[in-house]
Design a protein around this ligand. Structure first.
Ligand SMILES: Nc1ncnc2c1ncn2[C@@H]1O[C@H](COP(=O)(O)OP(=O)(O)OP(=O)(O)O)[C@@H](O)[C@H]1O
Ligand code: SF4
Ligand SMILES: [Mg+2]
Length: 324
């Protein structure tokens, strides 16, 4: 396994109390594999990713337990200097908002080139050539000319391509893309997602794709991990999940995807709100919203149990859910 997160806990100490953002997450991704992480806002998707990248906001954040094994090494045991090396060269992250991640006063060529100057000791001239090559790779037209432009001179979709180029520059073995297309128009979203998927295959990288959008993952992901209240509630190969979810929350997410053949029909929405992370419900955290909840759900936390060799569900009644 390229990356294996084991039983990770992250909390935030704030004036109002302790927010338990990540509560025992375990997931993994192999080289050449794409893991999609799904879940509503606040479910802990980004915080888990930040812990993996080593960019958690500490304090108020704190890793309260677990291991993050990357190529067999526990990243949580590395010194900051070693950690920084891993972060720079072996893993990279793509964020939703390219404009705030790029430096507005440097040309994109200088920013891309900087990676090669700092990490590979290249001359400015060679680094510039590399920057043009990368811009070609992510299919930015007229790369030779546009390398001299500033981030604000690019459209949102082109900026996101530049972010992808930055992430790819040092050929990392893992990329984490956190809602990489959320800020874009629907058609541009599809193009950027396609590009990312294509490059992931070509470079045989591990990719963790965080998204709200169950629609996009069917085409690009190998596995799906569904998060709720800082836990994985279902983990399975993508096709198994689409065929039949083994968790009522996953079912709710699937039923809320707009479908072309149901135009005009009212869209299903999971009732209620995500839980308060300072006061997560007893038992199954989803029980106040679950149409299948029974007494045991209010008292006993369902473990992420094995549905089969490749699939897990944290529901007491996964069998019933699976059978529709
Ligand atoms: N810097 C922070 N300070 C305090 N609490 C934080 C901070 N970052 C995250 N949290 C807490 O962790 C929770 C989970 O946040 P996270 O960003 O992982 O959610 P998410 O699943 O990525 O949601 P979204 O889909 O909206 O991006 C938040 O709801 C918040 O309570
Ligand atoms: S354990 Fe109970 S409340 Fe939780 S998802 Fe399953 S049926 Fe619903
Ligand atoms: Mg997020």
């Amino acid at each position: 396994m390229l990356l294996e997160v084991r039983d990770l806990y992250v909390e935030f100490r704030t004036r109002d109390g302790v927010a338990k953002a990540v509560n025992g997450v375990s997931y993994g991704v192999d080289a050449g594999e794409t893991l999609a992480v799904l879940g509503e806002s606040g479910s802990g998707k980004s915080v888990t990713a930040q812990a993996v990248m080593g960019i958690l906001d500490v304090p108020p954040g704190r890793i309260a337990g677990g291991e993050i094994l990357f190529q067999g090494r526990d990243l949580l045991k590395l010194r900051e200097e070693e950690r920084r090396k891993v972060r720079g060269a072996e893993m990279a992250m793509i964020f939703q908002d390219a404009l705030s991640s790029l430096n507005p006063v440097l040309t994109v060529g200088d920013q891309l080139g900087e990676m090669f100057v700092v990490h590979r000791g290249m001359s400015r001239k060679d680094a510039r050539a590399k920057a043009v090559e990368l811009m070609d790779r992510v299919r930015i037209p007229a790369a030779k000319e546009r390398v001299k432009q500033y981030p604000h001179q690019f459209s949102g979709g082109m900026r996101q391509r530049i972010m992808i180029a930055m992430a790819l520059a040092l050929e990392p073995s893992l990329i984490i893309a956190d809602e990489p297309t959320t800020a874009l128009d629907v058609t541009v979203q599809a193009q950027v997602m396609e590009l990312l998927a294509e490059l992931q295959r070509e470079y045989a990288m591990g990719l963790i794709l965080i998204t709200h959008d169950l629609g996009v993952v069917a085409d690009v992901a190998d596995r799906i991990a569904v998060m709720y209240a800082g836990r994985i509630v279902e983990s399975a190969p993508v096709h198994d999940i689409y065929k039949a979810p083994a968790h009522p929350y996953t079912r709710g997410l699937l039923d809320s995807i707009p479908r072309l053949d149901q135009k005009g029909q009212e869209l299903y929405a999971i009732k209620g709100l995500p839980p308060n992370l300072m006061d997560i419900p007893q038992g199954c955290a989803f029980h106040p919203r679950c149409p299948m909840a029974r007494d045991v759900c209010r008292t006993d936390v369902p473990p992420l149990g094995e549905v089969d060799e490749v699939r897990g569900s944290a529901c007491h009644f996964w069998r019933e859910c699976l059978n529709g």
